[in-house]
Design a protein around this ligand. Structure first.
Ligand SMILES: *Cc1c(COP(=O)(O)O)cnc(C)c1O
Length: 380
């Protein structure tokens, strides 16, 4: 069976050389814009490509404002700060995520609370969220108080795992009722829609990443999206060292961050945005090939996009029904030139978050033991 899988993937990518999990594709205007940028000498924190990208991105996802940052983690960090997160506040998120989600929470001096995911979306479960809030929290002066710690639960950060949208509209309603700010970690879901609305645009703020392994990349990069003009201005201010705009004087009115995306990186993004729809279509096509292939594998289910959504299928994934075969699966594929990778370890199991409050996490655990990512690069 494993041999069949390796052959199938080698066939798709038309090679017997080592096939990485996810390679970027630079097949558009990347070099042209990059050269233009170098020639202009505006390679750093100002320049036309950053502005072009921000405009292009806001239009694409349908948000009013987009603010480019150095990476996705910094986009999340600023989004959380702008949601009013302060030291000792608490932030609800899912344990099945990349570490960046939790790091950003910690950078604010806040603590994560881990709530389970849904099995079909692999993203935060509205049902578990509602249960947790009802059983553990009370509203006091429009603040959501955690009865166990007496701290304020200020925000909730769901993540759209591997590009598959979670039940974000239900989560949004629950957050609203409990006066908890919704910040979306949409790092993986550029090009993914829930009920025809782009992921990352449901919450007050949304964060995306353009790291080398994401659906489009600028080497490193991120962006914050919001419909709130005031927040957009603050995001720009905070990410540019809180410098008061002036032709030559340096004055800063608060502690800011050097989080602005360099113009050099933005050149790649402008070129990559031009190809995004093509990339998404290609990945969706790849997904249907995998779906068909794995439908004949009894022990392995290909993970399809959840109901009511259109996924970018950023990272393709399968569930091994019998968790004890995962070791062999990973061993065989990686040894034979096709890279595969198990899903992240749960955040609540890391030493650094072992004291975090957690709800029942059975779905997360089930997925953590069985999910494997398989080759996902755009097929040339
Ligand atoms: C990639 C990613 C981020 C941001 O990562 P950066 O490397 O800082 O751009 C955040 N959250 C998730 C879930 C991610 O996959």
């Amino acid at each position: 069976m494993y041999k069949k899988i390796v052959n199938f993937i080698q066939n798709i990518y038309n090679t017997t050389d080592f096939i990485p999990l996810h390679e970027p594709r630079f097949i558009g205007n990347e070099k042209k814009y990059l050269n233009d940028c170098i020639d202009s000498t505006f390679v750093s924190s100002v320049g036309k490509y950053v502005d072009m990208f921000e405009e292009q991105f806001a239009v694409y996802v349908g948000s009013k404002y987009a603010i480019a940052t150095v990476n996705g983690t910094s986009a999340l960090h600023i989004s959380l700060l702008l949601s009013g997160i302060q030291k000792d506040d608490e932030v609800i998120t899912q344990p099945l995520t990349f570490i960046a989600t939790c790091n950003a929470i910690d950078y604010c001096g806040a603590k994560p609370i881990f709530i389970d995911v849904d099995l079909d979306t692999m993203g935060l479960s509205p049902k578990s969220l509602k249960e947790f809030l009802e059983n553990n929290c009370e509203l006091e002066d429009n603040k959501c108080i955690n009865k166990t710690t007496k701290n304020i639960i200020k925000a909730c950060v769901p993540m759209h795992t591997f590009g598959h949208p979670c039940r974000i509209d239900e989560i949004k309603d629950i957050c609203k009722k409990w006066h908890v700010e919704l910040v979306e970690d949409a790092a993986e879901s550029l090009g993914s829609y829930y009920k025809d609305k782009h992921t990352g645009t449901f919450g007050k703020l949304g964060a995306f990443s353009f790291n080398g392994n994401k659906i489009i990349t600028s080497g490193g990069g991120g962006v914050i999206v919001t419909d709130d003009e005031e927040l957009a201005k603050k995001a720009k201010h905070l990410t540019t060292t809180a410098k008061i705009p002036h032709p030559y004087e340096y004055r800063h009115d608060m502690i800011g961050y050097n989080y602005r995306m360099p113009n050099l990186n933005a050149t790649l993004l402008v070129a990559q945005m031009e190809q995004l729809d093509k990339f998404v279509a290609n990945k969706r096509d790849l997904a249907s090939k995998y779906e068909e292939f794995f439908s004949s594998c009894e022990d392995i289910d290909f993970i399809k996009e959840p109901k009511d959504s259109k996924s970018n299928y950023w990272l393709q994934a399968v569930i091994l029904k019998d968790k004890t075969i995962r070791g062999e699966f990973l061993e065989y594929t990686n040894k034979n030139g096709v890279m595969t990778r198990p899903v992240w370890k749960l955040m609540n199991e890391l030493e650094i978050f072992k004291d975090a409050q957690s709800a029942d996490l059975s779905n997360s655990k089930y997925l953590e033991e069985r999910v494997v990512n398989i080759t996902s690069s755009v097929v040339l």
